[in-house]
Design a protein around this ligand. Structure first.
Ligand code: SAH
Length: 225
């Protein structure tokens, strides 16, 4: 390992400890599972941030990734991943690839990740990094995630990284019985919500924490720059 790799690995471990602290403060004693912390301790977040933000790659905050978008805060990535309770063979849909960092965390814990991004340049950037890191269980496409990915459905878990005003029906329809969907919902005031589909097809909803995400745009909004 080079000196820079060593430095990044140390910074990554410090970020994991910071996530544990944030979880204790924000979640009233609930902890992020060791498997999820291990994944965040292993995925090189610095590979997903623009070079000018390299020194901030392991701070527990969002960072700009261009095209008006941000790489999510590590604590939020950890929390969203944790509530999905992934098993090694799970098939996961992600809406809003962005930098691809969250995708890489999911890919470490699940069997296959299908990720959709509406911005072509962001999708292309993320795909380059997936190839560099040798992530063979990630399938990426450009498109509007409101529709989900019918050809690859049903999914054990779905993660949405941008906020719609209401939960898109197509995403709930593409969950397996027993499947979980985590999604920020709302316009100004948003809540991170966990939907679980029961074996009879009905759903339960739990509010996790107030959050602040970019809006989930629609193709006709001109969000496909
Ligand atoms: N988790 C990502 C950050 C995602 S930011 C990371 O860690 O880097 C939210 C992303 O959702 C942005 O890249 C935005 O372009 C994308 N997005 C917004 N609306 C979308 C839609 N309808 N379909 C797919 N992607 C969308």
């Amino acid at each position: 390992m080079s000196a820079i790799d060593d430095e990044m690995a140390l910074a990554r471990q410090a970020m994991v400890r910071e996530i544990e602290r944030s979880a204790r403060q924000a979640l009233g004693g609930r902890e992020i599972s060791p498997r999820v912390l291990e994944a965040l301790g292993a995925v090189p977040r610095h590979a997903f941030v623009p070079p000018e933000h390299l020194t901030a790659a392991y701070r527990n905050r969002p960072l700009p990734i261009g095209h008006g978008q941000t790489i999510s805060q590590p604590f939020i990535v950890a929390l969203m991943t944790d509530v999905l309770d992934l098993e090694p063979g799970d098939r996961v849909l992600e809406v809003g690839t962005g930098s691809g960092y969250q995708t890489a965390v999911l890919a470490r814990l699940a069997g296959a990740v299908y990720t959709i991004e509406i911005s072509k340049p962001l999708a292309e950037g993320a795909e380059r990094i997936f190839a560099e890191l040798g992530l063979t269980n990630v399938h990426a496409r450009v498109g509007d995630g409101h529709r989900g990915w019918p050809d690859a459905a049903p999914f054990d878990a779905i993660l949405v990284a941008a906020a719609p005003p209401e939960i898109p029906d197509a995403l709930v329809a593409q969950l397996k019985p027993g499947g979980r969907l985590v999604i920020p919902v709302g316009r100004e005031a948003q809540q991170l919500v966990l939907i679980e589909k029961q074996s009879d097809g009905s759903t339960t909803l739990r509010e996790v924490i107030p959050v602040c995400f970019v809006p989930l745009t629609r193709q006709e909004d001109g969000g496909s720059d």
